[in-house]
Design a protein around this ligand. Structure first.
Ligand code: PEP
Ligand code: MG
Length: 875
């Protein structure tokens, strides 16, 4: 049991991130480095966990400890909560181990009340500043602590500006702001039902609880699910004495990166605003100045800042994202953290840091988030089409890539339409953390307001989603259902294309082409491949997919789903004919049509794989995916088979299954109809012989894989069909072809009898899609309908079909590995379920000792990097 829940900044350091959160640990580290940090304390993540354990209460002991640290802070600053002569004002900010945009961010100026504001006005001789700070505090507290929407307050500000006939907030006088503060408090009382709290201690506990609560708000929970962050981590709370960027023209506030977060270019990059506080820079209400202009504004502060930035970057050996405030010409650092960056910037920065001698190649490989690679591999606009198109506006190139979709005006709408597969572009005045799900389901995001560090820009970059921000020419109609840009009016369903690399916006559809990879990406991947101990194969069903995967570095095929070779319209009839055949003759006629198609595809796949191993799985068609349902298809098929439509309909009806996922599929088909397995073996072996003859420089060793095995005897039965067929063909040929026979492990019974299974199988490939389905007992096709309720109720944190359930399904995998090796020590082990492309699941595969992971072609680079990181982590 811990009995310390609060740390002064001077008590911590960067290594204490788990306890102090990222923000708190870095404030502590900067304090230790002697940098100008306004002092304060951090309430630990364990206090957050305890808050939940105590039924969402801060217990007496922790409350007392917090008050002790308030006392210490008062001692350190010589200021006191609620004191009229020298009031202590603080900021309260959340800070988890990983930065989480879904959570509560900041409350500034806590400690203000009517009396403090009045005295503050007198003492500073700056009533405008005092009342500006006060009204901001009421607004932020109401919004983030009591959840009274921001818009009520913004409306009051707009009304006041209109009454006074002014345009900018800065044109409001001290008296105006004082009046606004009164109106804000009245609004608070109206919405909350009680007076705005004037006691700073009450304000502080209200704010701390709000941070703890925000850990579990729906946006944060969603963000965690997307980013594999466990709910058990909790957030820390940072309480820091205020410094003010809004005392007048010698004060200001800003955010900066030590390198360009969009391109990775070296050099300070950022924005600031004079006479402003916190949110002003990112809120996009006033347009910030670039950090270079600070040189003219205050050269001494600029020089000091530049110096601190370079020490921080050297110290952390990574690109830093910093917040600072200048109070009456004096610089203060409010935050530093490793900056979020685009995928392209991530690769450039990692390589540059190696070249600058600041990090090793190992560190370069470790510092890149494998999920980000997705963005690099994403399509760009087709060059010719782009050339022919004329932009209708240009905003900031906030997050690169090309996006084309139909306009959507709300996050809910974008999420709903995006989920159905419709490409949408979310068009907003600005985005807020509530919009995160809609942003996630959009192809691209366009905002009218906000700079390169606005919410939309930062979040889109993190997601790898294309974003153009701050396009001020976008004018929304009053009803919010259309906007105009470049003389055109757009409503829902109009096409829009965004170029997140240039900021250009096009009022039309523009085709996209796959991304080109190389350069920095190539260097990192080369290093990754050196550290990797697992192979990375691909799941590819066609020669084209196989070639794509080779380009991405696949070292073989881990799964060729032979039933997927028949999805195309000109082929589906042949496989349907096979499925609905009632007699052996009918089936053999259908199989004769399938044989040349399969053989041709297999040849193409062996060619594409250039001698790398190729695992081909026998047919595993869940019947509901293949049976014809369309009247036209049924009529055509009946004609093909020379039977009546009614007869065919009867067969189809007889094949209906209640649980097709657990029905007549996989090896069960070969047990019933051995001629299917025989035909497929013939295609696999004949194709291999043909390609081997054409390429004596390669050694082709087909791996024939039997799906959905649960019992060793059914495996032995199907294996015999394969070996009888293959051996006869090989004996008749002039090639001494070798081949292997193995099985999927995707049924729990196979996993727990894997010692028996391994006596017959030369390799195992874990089919964790079915293994998850069968272990949980819910269908892959239907789980999406109810899993949301499980996330809401905190029963599951992640989709077990996307991220391997290590406690349950993983235990079966581990058991099967151990049992399999006990009877066949040299058994080859891989995974080919979707989890083979998921970084956290890949780490698990490394730990249990698999030889390879296999995933879809576009995930191959992700898997290569994740496998390298897993190997480094488990060295
Ligand atoms: C699996 O079940 O994990 C698998 C790879 O096979 P399929 O998805 O084709 O059922
Ligand atoms: Mg399966």
């Amino acid at each position: 049991m811990t009995d310390k829940y609060v740390y002064e900044f001077s008590e911590g350091d960067a290594s204490m991130k788990n306890l102090l959160g990222g923000k708190g640990a870095n404030l502590a580290e900067m304090t230790g480095l002697g940098m100008p940090v306004p002092q304060g304390f951090t309430i630990t993540t364990e206090a957050c966990t305890q808050y939940y354990a105590d039924g969402e209460q801060i217990n007496d002991a922790i409350q007392a400890e917090i008050l002790t640290y308030v006392g210490k802070l008062e001692g350190m600053t010589g200021k006191k909560f609620g004191d009229l002569d020298n009031p202590l004002l603080v900021s309260v900010r959340s800070g988890a181990r990983a930065s989480m945009p879904g959570m509560m961010d900041t409350i500034l100026n806590l400690g203000m009340n009517d009396e403090v504001a009045a005295r503050f006005a007198e003492k500073t001789n700056n009533p405008r500043f005092a009342y500006d700070s006060y009204r901001r505090f009421i607004q932020m507290y109401s919004d983030v602590v009591m959840e009274v929407g921001k818009s009520y307050f913004e409306k009051l500000i707009d009304e006041m500006k209109e009454e006074r006939g002014v345009k900018l907030d800065t044109e409001l006088t001290a008296e105006d702001l004082k009046e606004l503060a009164e109106k804000f408090k009245a609004q608070y009382k109206d919405k909350v039902g009680t007076d705005f709290p004037s006691d700073p201690v009450e304000q502080l506990f209200g704010a701390i609880k709000a941070v703890f609560r925000s850990w579990d708000n729906p946006r944060a929970v969603y963000y965690r699910r997307m980013n594999d962050i466990p709910g058990s981590w909790g957030t820390a709370v940072n309480v820091q004495s205020m410094v003010f960027g809004n005392t007048g023209d010698t004060s200001g506030t800003g955010v900066a990166f030590s390198r360009n977060p969009a391109t990775g270019e070296a050099g300070l990059f950022g924005e600031f605003l004079m006479n402003a506080q916190g949110e002003d820079v990112v809120a996009g209400i006033r347009t910030p100045e670039t950090i270079d202009q600070l040189k003219d504004e205050n050269p001494a502060v600029y020089a000091q800042f530049a110096d601190i930035v370079s020490s921080l970057e050297n110290h952390y050996a990574d690109m830093q994202d910093m917040e600072f405030t200048i109070e009456d010409g004096k610089l203060f650092m409010l935050q530093t953290r490793n900056g979020k960056r685009t995928a392209a910037a991530a690769f450039k920065i990692a390589c540059d840091l190696v070249d600058e001698g600041k990090i090793t190649p190992e560190k370069a490989v470790a510092m890149i988030d494998p999920k980000q690679i997705d963005a690099l591999l994403h399509p760009q606009f087709d060059g010719a089409e782009l050339k022919a198109a004329t932009p209708i506006g240009k905003g900031l190139p906030a997050s690169p890539g090309a996006a084309c979709g139909k306009v959507s005006f709300t996050a809910e709408d974008a999420a709903a339409r995006g989920k159905t597969g419709e490409p949408v572009i979310l068009v907003r005045l600005e985005t807020t953390p509530e919009d995160i799900e809609g942003m996630h389901h959009s192809q691209g995001i366009l905002t009218a307001r906000g700079g390169m560090t606005s919410h939309a820009a930062v979040v889109a970059r993190g997601m790898g989603t294309c974003c153009v921000s701050g396009l001020g020419d976008v004018t929304f109609a009053a009803d919010g259902k259309s906007f105009s840009l470049g003389g055109q009016t757009f409503t829902e369903n109009d096409w829009l294309s965004l170029d997140g690399s240039t900021g250009n916006v096009y009022g039309q559809q523009i085709a996209t082409v796959p991304a080109e990879i190389g350069g920095y990406f190539g260097r990192i991947m080369e290093w990754a491949d050196q550290y990797r101990t697992m192979n990375v194969r691909t799941n590819a069903d066609t020669p084209a997919d196989a070639r794509q995967a080779r380009e991405f570095g696949a070292e073989g095929i881990g799964l060729c789903r032979t039933e997927h070779m028949f999805f195309e319209t000109d082929r589906i009839a042949a496989i349907r004919e096979m499925i609905v055949s009632k007699t052996v003759e009918q089936r053999e006629a259908a199989l004769a049509k399938l044989l040349p198609m399969q053989r041709g595809d297999f040849e193409g796949i062996y060619e594409a794989m250039e001698g790398f191993p190729v695992t081909i799985r026998l047919l595993d068609p869940p019947l509901h995916e293949f049976l014809p349902t369309d009247e036209d298809d049924i009529v055509a098929l009946a004609a093909d088979m020379n039977i009546s439509v009614d007869e065919l309909k009867n067969v189809i009806a007889s094949l209906h299954e209640f649980n097709p996922m657990m029905g007549h599929r996989g090896c069960r088909l070969d047990v019933t109809y051995p001629e299917i397995g025989a035909m497929q073996t013939r295609a696999i072996i004949e194709a291999a012989i043909n390609v081997q003859k054409a390429h004596p420089e390669w050694k082709i060793v087909p791996e024939i894989m039997i799906p959905l095995v649960g019992e060793v005897k059914e495996l032995a039965f199907v294996k015999k069909i394969i070996t009888d067929t293959a051996d006869a063909i090989i004996a008749d040929s002039d090639v001494a072809l070798e081949y292997k026979v193995g099985t999927m492990i995707e049924i729990p019974r196979a996993a727990i009898t894997a010692d028996e299974i391994a006596k017959e199988a030369e390799f195992f490939s874990f089919g964790t899609n079915d293994l998850t389905q069968m272990t949980f007992g819910f269908s892959r096709d239907d789980a999406g309908k109810f899993l949301d309720a499980y996330y809401d109720k905190k029963i599951y944190e992640n989709d077990p079909f996307a991220r391997l359930d290590q406690d349950g399904v993983g235990k079966l995998v581990k058991t099967a590995v151990e049992l399999g090796k006990s009877t066949r020590p040299d058994i080859k082990l891989g995974i080919c379920g979707e989890h083979g492309g998921d970084p956290s699941s890949i780490e698990f595969c490394q730990k249990v000792g698999l030889n390879y992971v296999s995933c879809s072609p576009f995930r191959v680079p992700i898997a290569r990097l994740a496998a390298a990181q897993s190997a480094l982590n488990n060295k």
